[in-house]
Design a protein around this ligand. Structure first.
Ligand SMILES: C[S@@+](CC[C@H](N)C(=O)[O-])C[C@H]1O[C@@H](n2cnc3c(N)ncnc32)[C@H](O)[C@@H]1O
Length: 268
């Protein structure tokens, strides 16, 4: 039984963000690159894929209440008891995948609105969370989509969400791809991944070398400080701006828009 706590004015996702859960050690771990590999370690209660997916369904609800209502997503919303409770009540640690982050919403809207840029391409969605951007890519007929998140539970949520939207041809991988290259990749997506300065620093070199190898890079961000202040910003060109929906504004105090940026050094 999930008990309710008096956290209602500060949503679960904002508390998660505050914890800055992307620790530097994630990025310092030597990368064992296994392209299109399966899952890594599961904690005790998530050993069974079925029980993980059942639990995800139990603590979330299907929502279209966001910037891309074409896509249904299992999310923790204000209708879910967990929204109002403490993190210790959540059966999964750090459920970033249970929220649809404003930078990801803008990026996904951009994909749906500009399908021709993605059609026939191989797209990697780094830090895919709930998988919305990956799903959008397949909806606009990207040839292949790699939904990537180092959280194994996110991988299960992505599988649920792709099924929910009748989307196929999406590979889900939990490998840490940061620093990796593959000549099959056409486009890399980063949806709301710049809330942590350490991560931004780690991926900068990667972004530059991917671009040199012909990969197009799109970033969705709602104007977070680590992003706004990062040197990479001077090589980005804004390609879209979206007003965030009402519920997203409430969840993300101080943010009003989601922006989509393209890495284009020398053309900004
Ligand atoms: C703020 S959430 C954004 C999720 C999604 N892109 C969105 O906009 O809704 C960040 C996600 O990045 C994932 N992540 C953190 N470090 C990562 C890494 N090195 N590679 C892949 N995913 C990572 C986290 O597990 C989390 O799901």
């Amino acid at each position: 039984m999930i008990t309710t706590r008096s956290y209602s004015c500060v949503s679960f996702c904002r508390r998660l963000l505050r914890k800055k859960l992307i620790n530097t050690h994630h990025y310092k771990t030597p990368i064992t690159y296994k392209f299109y590999t399966g899952k890594q370690h599961f904690s005790d209660f998530t050993k069974s894929k079925i029980s993980t997916q059942c639990l995800i369904k139990e603590i979330t609800e299907v929502s279209r209440d966001h910037l891309t209502p074409e896509i249904s997503l299992q999310l923790i919303t204000p209708n879910c008891p967990l929204w109002h409770s403490g993190e210790d009540q959540c059966p999964f640690p750090d459920p970033f995948w249970a929220f649809y982050w404003p930078g990801g919403q803008a990026l996904t809207r951009f994909i749906l609105d500009n399908g021709e840029l993605f059609r026939g391409k191989t797209v990697v969605d780094v830090g895919c969370g709930c998988g919305a951007s990956s799903i959008a890519c397949r909806m606009v007929v990207a040839a292949h989509v790699i939904a990537n998140d180092i959280d194994t539970v996110a991988a299960e949520a992505v599988e649920l969400n792709t099924e929910l939207n009748n989307v196929t041809q999406t590979t889900v991988t939990t490998s840490n791809l940061v620093g990796c290259h593959d000549n099959r990749w056409d486009i890399l997506l980063f949806g709301d991944m710049f809330y942590d300065t350490n991560f931004a620093n780690v991926i900068t070199e990667w972004v530059v070398s991917l671009y040199t190898n012909g990969v197009t890079i799109f970033i969705g961000d709602p104007g977070r400080l680590p992003f706004e202040q990062h040197p990479l910003k001077s090589d980005l060109k804004m390609v879209a701006e979206y007003a965030l929906p009402e519920n997203c504004l409430k969840e993300n105090n101080g943010l009003s828009c989601g922006f989509v940026w393209k890495y284009e050094p020398g053309n900004t």
